[in-house]
Ligand binder design. Structure first.
Ligand code: NDP
Ligand code: 13P
Length: 315
């Protein structure tokens, strides 16, 4: 569900194994168009659909399978799933990253809140849709509180080029995916402002320390944050021009405009996490600064000054 970049890439990768896969589109016009050209030109122009990939706008086409993958930006996921039937044996797998602004919930939290009787999981980790779609090797984390369902999903969604590791720590997997986007905006801003690679390395490292501090306070396992969904995705997103979160940061650092239609999960996530951290008294200087940068209430120069003049402490 969700025929954007990530949903399309996952659908292509899974369909290449020959199993039946259906990509659900929001409108019948989009479904007709994708089926006609056998490519999602708007989001992934270089990836051709395998013959086994079906495209549909009819909801019944995606119910009753081994898994329903929901690849819609987190802030829109609650609206997207509101049209789904509530009684289903099919597990729902959130394929998105972030923290909902209105509730402070992560992806499986939103699914469980909206549909308490459904088995839920999250698929997250370092991966660009374009890499997955053309079959480049990728490793991701599949997190599901129920170990048996998690193992079943891991087997069902692993392909020769998509290797899944599993965990029951949904809190850690979700926090890793959500917070690395915030740190990517910060690193992009550092590079955009011309502050150099040393400053980026410092931001990444202190950003990771902040992710671990938040994780400890909110009940994540430290090893999860050190895995694919945390450190792995942090490394990818803070260093690649292909990342939209990093590119937003670069624009902020340069003082350039950024297209508001582009999906950038880290902006709302910084604001949501900043609020949670205030309530729970967690020290999150980088997240707070990113929240203020994206809302336009501070400048990169003031942000750096405030980080560099914090009280000295042990590492
Ligand atoms: N792109 C990537 O490389 C990766 C993305 N992700 C994560 O995947 C998630 C989705 O991102 P991505 O696919 O890149 O985003 P895109 O911007 O490429 O696509 C978003 C998709 O969500 C759909 N959508 C938006 N709002 C709704 C709604 N209310 N109901 C139904 N569908 C809706 C859009 O439909 P429409 O086209 O009609 O607007 C579009 O199909 C994000 O959380 C992202 O962090 C994770 C790993 C890699
Ligand atoms: O999540 C991603 C890589 O793992 C994609 O990053 P962006 O959303 O910043 O493009």
């Amino acid at each position: 569900m969700g025929a954007g970049a990530f949903g399309t890439a996952l659908a292509i990768a899974l369909a290449k194994t020959g199993q039946p896969v259906t990509l659900w589109c929001r409108t019948s016009e989009q479904a007709r168009n994708l089926d006609k050209v056998r490519c999602n030109s708007a989001y992934l122009p270089d990836a051709v659909f395998p013959d086994s990939l079906k495209v549909a706008q009819d909801l019944s086409a995606i119910m009753g399978g081994k898994a329903l993958l929901i690849a819609v930006p987190l802030q829109h996921m609650r609206a997207a799933i509101s049209i789904l039937p509530q009684k289903t044996e099919t597990p729902w797998v959130a394929c998105c990253k972030g923290i909902e602004l209105s509730t402070g919930l992560g992806p499986t939290g939103v699914l469980n809140d909206a549909s308490p009787n459904v088995t839920t999981a999250i698929l997250t980790g370092p991966s660009f849709a374009a890499d997955i779609a053309i079959g480049r090797p990728t490793a991701l984390t599949l997190a599901c509180k129920d170990a048996t369902s998690g193992a079943r999903l891991q087997a069902a969604l692993t392909t020769p080029t998509l290797r899944l590791y599993r965990t029951t720590d949904t809190v850690g997997a979700e926090l890793g995916g959500a917070l690395k986007n915030v740190m990517a905006i910060a690193c992009g801003a550092v590079i955009g402002a011309g502050l150099g690679d040393s400053a980026r390395a410092a931001t990444m490292t202190r950003g990771f320390a902040e992710m671990q501090r938040i994780g400890r306070a909110l009940g994540a396992r430290t090893d999860t944050l050190a895995g694919l969904s945390g450190l792995g995705d942090l490394a990818l997103t803070c260093t690649s021009d292909l990342s939209r979160n990093y590119r937003l940061g670069v624009s902020l650092g340069r003082g350039d405009a950024f297209d508001p239609k582009i999906t950038v999960e880290g902006a709302a996530t910084a604001q949501a996490m900043s609020k949670i951290a205030r309530q729970k008294e967690i020290d999150t200087p980088i997240t707070n600064i990113v929240a203020r940068l994206v809302e336009g209430s501070t400048t990169v120069k003031d942000a750096i000054d405030s980080l560099m003049t914090r009280p000295l402490k042990e590492e």
